[in-house]
Design a protein around this ligand. Structure first.
Ligand code: MG
Ligand code: MG
Length: 258
C-alpha cells in the first residue's frame, strides 16, 4: 500500500532531507586521497548528531543481509555499485566514490546519494557520474501527477541505456516515509504509461545505478552487503527523495552547492 503524505509530513521529510544534504556535502568536502571510508562515516555521523537526527542505515538488517549495517553511510568505491560498508579502506587518486546517506528526524526519513571522483578523474568516470545525475533529473521530472511509476522508470532507464551503460536489475528506488523503504518500488527501467498512477502526497526515492561497462551483471561481495559489477567496471549512483505534488516534483534532499 502506498501511503499518501500530508503537506505537513512532506515538510517534516524535507527537514530530514536537509540534514541528509548537509551530511553528503560534508562527506564530499572531506573525501580526499588518503581519507578512509570510516572517517567519512564519522563526518556524516557528526552532522546527524548535531541535527538531533538518527540514522535509518545504522543497524538496518533486510532479509538478504548477514549482519546489521554498521555505518550511517554506504560508501561504494569503483566497481562497488551500492551498499558498500564504510571500512578502513583509504581513498586513492582517481577513485569513483558513491555515498548514500539517510536521516530520520521527528519520525520521518529522507534518503539521498551522490557520486564523485577523488583527485584526478578519468574522463570516462566523469561521464558516468554526469549521466547518473542526468538520469536522476529525468526521473524527477517524470514524477508528476498524471504520470505513472513506469514513466519515472522509463525516463531513468532511457538516459542510462542511451549512454550505453548497464543497469543492475532488481535494485532501484522506493517509497519513503516513516520508514526508509516503503511501497511502491521505483525501478530504474520500465515502460511508460504503466504501473501505479502518481498522486499528490507520494514521496519517492528515485535512484539510478549505472554500470560503466555496459552490462547489467553484478554480484554480492563476501561481506554480504556490497554489490559489485561482474565485469569490474566502475559504477555510479545518484538519489533524491522527491515528493509528487500538484505543483510538480519537490526535491526534499536538495543540497547547497559544494
Ligand atoms: Mg539511499
Ligand atoms: Mg534509497
Amino acid at each position: 500500500m502506498t501511503e499518501l503524505k500530508t503537506d505537513a509530513s512532506i515538510d517534516a521529510m524535507h527537514a530530514a532531507g536537509q540534514v541528509v544534504g548537509r551530511a553528503l556535502t560534508a562527506v564530499r568536502q572531506a573525501a580526499r586521497v588518503g581519507v578512509s571510508l570510516l572517517e567519512l562515516d564519522e563526518v556524516a555521523r557528526e552532522v546527524l548528531r548535531e541535527a538531533g537526527a538518527s540514522s535509518p542505515f545504522l543497524g538496518y538488517r533486510p532479509s538478504f543481509a548477514p549482519t546489521p549495517f554498521p555505518g550511517v553511510i554506504c560508501a561504494s568505491v569503483n566497481d562497488a555499485i551500492v551498499h558498500g560498508i564504510p571500512t578502513a579502506l583509504r581513498l586513492r587518486d582517481g577513485d569513483l566514490v558513491s555515498i548514500d546517506c539517510g536521516a530520520e528526524l521527528d519520525g520521518w526519513v529522507s534518503d539521498s546519494a551522490i557520486s564523485f571522483v577523488v583527485g584526478h578523474p578519468r574522463p570516462a568516470d566523469l561521464r558516468l557520474v554526469e549521466t547518473a545525475e542526468r538520469a536522476l533529473e529525468a526521473g524527477i521530472d517524470a514524477a508528476r501527477v498524471g504520470n505513472r511509476i513506469g514513466d519515472i522508470a522509463h525516463a531513468v532507464g532511457r538516459v542510462c541505456r542511451t549512454a550505453g551503460y548497464g543497469i543492475p536489475a532488481g535494485f532501484g528506488g522506493h517509497g519513503v516515509g516513516r520508514r526508509m523503504h516503503e511501497d511502491p518500488d521505483v525501478p530504474n527501467e520500465g515502460r511508460p504509461g504503466r504501473g501505479l498512477p502518481l498522486r499528490h502526497g507520494m514521496v519517492l526515492a528515485i535512484e539510478p545505478m549505472l554500470i560503466g561497462g555496459g552490462k547489467d551483471a553484478y554480484y554480492e561481495a563476501e561481506d554480504g552487503w556490497t554489490l559489485r559489477t561482474s565485469d569490474g567496471s566502475r559504477a555510479a549512483h545518484a538519489e533524491h527523495t522527491v515528493a509528487v505534488t500538484d505543483a510538480g516534483p519537490r526535491i526534499l534532499t536538495a543540497r547547497e552547492a559544494g
